[in-house]
Design a protein around this ligand. Structure first.
Ligand code: SF4
Length: 367
C-alpha cells in the first residue's frame, strides 16, 4: 500500500506496530501532558484507543476545540432574545438545538411553536428563507475558521439573490486567540500541543506562530490513526531534543499559508472582534463578526438589542472547566447521573465534538 493512499493512514498493522514503538519511547516519561485543540481529535483519540494506550506515561487533555461547546451562555441569550422578536425565526446547525440555556434549549422552544429550522450547510439557509419569505430569518454562524468561509459564501449569496429576510448572528471563533488566552490565565500547563488539522488547512500552519512565545512544542495533526501517531512521534522527538515551535505533520492537507481564496473571503466579510467564550469569558480578538461594510446582514445591527440583558446562568454544569482541561468530564458531579446524551445539562454532552460526549461514547468501549 502506498504512503500517498488515504487507506495507508488507517492501516491496522502499521498502527499496532507504531503504538508499540511509541509505548517504548514513552517509558522514560512519568506523565507527559498533550492538549488537543480540536473536538474531532478528541473523539478520534478516544475512538482509536489512544487515550488509554499510553497511560501512565502520557495523557491527552481535551482543550476548547468544540465550536458548539465554546459558544457562550451570553451568545445563547442573544439567540433567545431574537426569538422573542415578532416574526423572527432561527436557522441553525443541528448540534445547537439541544444546548440548554437556563434549562431550555432551542428544541424546547421549537416544541413551543417558535420558528427554528435546521440547516445542514450554510447555504441551506437560502432555501429556508426563500421558501418562507413572509418571515425574517437569522442564521447562527457557529464554528472556527473552518466554517467561516461557508458563512461568507452565504452572505455573498444573500447579496447576489437580493434576499431581504435573512441575516447572520456570528458566533465564529478565532482559534489563534485561544492559545494565548489559556496561557495568560495560567491554564496552558502542557508539554505539547496538537494543533487542529481542519483549521490549519484553511489558515495555514504559520497562523499559529504565536505559539513560539510560549515555548511549547506543537504539531499540526490530521485525523486518521497514523496521522495522530505521527504527530505524537514528532512531539516526542521535539520534547526529547528541547525543540520548540511548530511542525506540520499533516502536509497532505496543510501548507504554510493556508487556502488563499478562503482567507480572502473571511477577510472580505469579517473583522476580528472581542468575543465571549464559554469557560473563558471575553477574549481579545477571540471571534469574528461581520464588518461594517456588510452590517445590514449582521443580526446584531439589523435588530434592536437595546433591551438585551444577560444574567449569568448558574447550573450544575462544569463545561467551562472541562473546556479548559482543568477537570475531566468524569469529575463533573452531573456526568452520567443527570447529564447524558439524552438529558444533556451542558453543550459538551450535546455536540458531536463535545468532550463529555466523547467520554460517554468511547470510554465504555475503550476504558
Ligand atoms: S457532564 Fe454534563 S454537566 Fe458535566 S460538564 Fe459535561 S456537559 Fe456539563
Amino acid at each position: 500500500m502506498e504512503i500517498s493512499s488515504p487507506q495507508f493512514y488507517k492501516n491496522k498493522d502499521v498502527t499496532k506496530a507504531f503504538v508499540n514503538y511509541l509505548k517504548e519511547r514513552l517509558k522514560k516519561f512519568s506523565n507527559l501532558k498533550i492538549m488537543e485543540f480540536c473536538g474531532t481529535h478528541t473523539h478520534n483519540i478516544f475512538q482509536y484507543g489512544f487515550r488509554y494506550a499510553f497511560k501512565p506515561n502520557l495523557s491527552f487533555i481535551a482543550g476548547p476545540g468544540c465550536p458548539v461547546c465554546v459558544t457562550s451562555d451570553y451568545e445563547l441569550a442573544e439567540v433567545f432574545y431574537l426569538l422573542e422578536k415578532e416574526n423572527v425565526g432561527i436557522i441553525t446547525y443541528g448540534d445547537m438545538l439541544k444546548v440548554p440555556y437556563k434549562g431550555k434549549s432551542l428544541l424546547d422552544f421549537r416544541s413551543d411553536g417558535y420558528s427554528i429550522e435546521i440547516a445542514y450547510s450554510a447555504l441551506d439557509a437560502i432555501n429556508i428563507a426563500e421558501k418562507n419569505s413572509q418571515k425574517e430569518w437569522v442564521f447562527l454562524g457557529i464554528g472556527f475558521e473552518t466554517t467561516i468561509p461557508a458563512t461568507a459564501a452565504l452572505i455573498e449569496m444573500i447579496i447576489k439573490r437580493k434576499i431581504k429576510n435573512l441575516s447572520v448572528l456570528s458566533f465564529h471563533k478565532n482559534t489563534r486567540s485561544i492559545i494565548s488566552a489559556l496561557s495568560s490565565i495560567g491554564e496552558l500547563k502542557v508539554d505539547g500541543i496538537f494543533l487542529p488539522g481542519h483549521v490549519s488547512a484553511v489558515v495555514g500552519w504559520q497562523y499559529f506562530e504565536d505559539i513560539n512565545n510560549f515555548r511549547i512544542p506543537s504539531v499540526v495533526v490530521g485525523f486518521d490513526p497514523l496521522d495522530i501517531l505521527y504527530g505524537l512521534y514528532e512531539l516526542i522527538n521535539m520534547i526529547e531534543s528541547g525543540e520548540v515551535g511548530i511542525k506540520c505533520c499533516y502536509k497532505r492537507a496543510v501548507n504554510e499559508k493556508g487556502n488563499t481564496k478562503m482567507l480572502i473571503s473571511i477577510g472580505h466579510y469579517f473583522d476580528n472582534v472581542d468575543c465571549n467564550w464559554r469557560g473563558l469569558g471575553v477574549i481579545k480578538n477571540g471571534g469574528f463578526d461581520i464588518n461594517t461594510e456588510f452590517e445590514q446582514f449582521n443580526a446584531r445591527k439589523r435588530y434592536d438589542f437595546t433591551d438585551f440583558r444577560f444574567d449569568i446562568n448558574k447550573n450544575e454544569c462544569s463545561c467551562g472547566e472541562v473546556l479548559l482541561g482543568k477537570i475531566e468530564p468524569t469529575d463533573c458531579p452531573s456526568y452520567e447521573i443527570i447529564c447524558t446524551p439524552d438529558t444533556p445539562i451542558g453543550p459538551c454532552m450535546v455536540s458531536h465534538e463535545g468532550t463529555c460526549l466523547a467520554y460517554y461514547k468511547w470510554s465504555r468501549i475503550n476504558g
